[in-house]
Design a protein around this ligand. Sequence first.
Ligand code: HEM
Length: 266
Amino acid sequence: MSPIATLFRSSIGRKFLMALSGIVLVGFAIGHLVGNLQIFSHPDHLNGYAEFLHNTGPMLWVVRAVMLLSLGVHVWAATVLTLENKRARGGQAYAAGKNWLRAPFASRYIRLTGYVVLAFVLYHLAHFTLGVTNPADFKGAHAYVMQGDYAVAGLPVVAAGTQVDNVYLMVYRGFESVPVSLFYIVAVGLLSLHLLHGIDSLFQTLGLRSQTWAGALRKIVALVCLLYFIGNVAIPGAILTGALAPHPAAEVYSVSATATAASAQN
Ligand code: HEM
């Protein structure tokens, strides 16, 4: 059997694939949060950043393909491992008592939190990437005129005066809805719990969790997950409570898509 086939066919191989795909997904989740936090500054930042990502063309699709593959492998491996565990126990749940009491909350509910997060990601794609749930406020419905250059590592990548999608306004309007914001808050809470156990067991699977530093690792992972949770909740939380008023530039320099299309024809 080739090493690749062994990875997919053996239990330990599937655990390794789950850890590897988990690293990719955690990297994306943290990078995505850092990008999203730009909503707390001028709309040029979030809008320029989104435009820059969309302008990377084929690179964006390579990253999307890697993400999709990682998500697919992660969910597949988790499902197969769960079914194997069930079969090994002969369909019996763990004997009541010790395991139940000893397993910390995050590890006991790792599968449940995983599937809820998957449902959240599908909703999130429909909301902010495809605009199915909120077509009137979708990023393409309002173009935005950049007020200054957007720079990456000191290099201007989106010039002032460029018309770009108004991602800032889309996110702002999206989180003005109480049920939508509450769903996001619950989902990122569950995602943070998922990461709490997931990152810890990822180190275990890769053989990087020795007895000597398991305690310190647990504390570091808990801190990272707590910061991740706070960062994610801050966005819908600040919008919903009014702590973050929409930056006036987001509306003032916003052009409706129909006006943009009409001026393009003239
Ligand atoms: C408050 C929290 C969040 C905000 C404000 C937010 C915002 C956004 C926005 C605006 C987009 C569309 C970007 C564009 O097409 O220009 C997007 C896409 C996406 N988000 Fe989030 N997001 C949040 C949380 C999350 C979480 C927790 C996850 C899952 C780990 C996630 C996963 C994704 C994915 C997979 C995409 C598609 C990326 C692509 O188009 O290639 N987001 N998000």
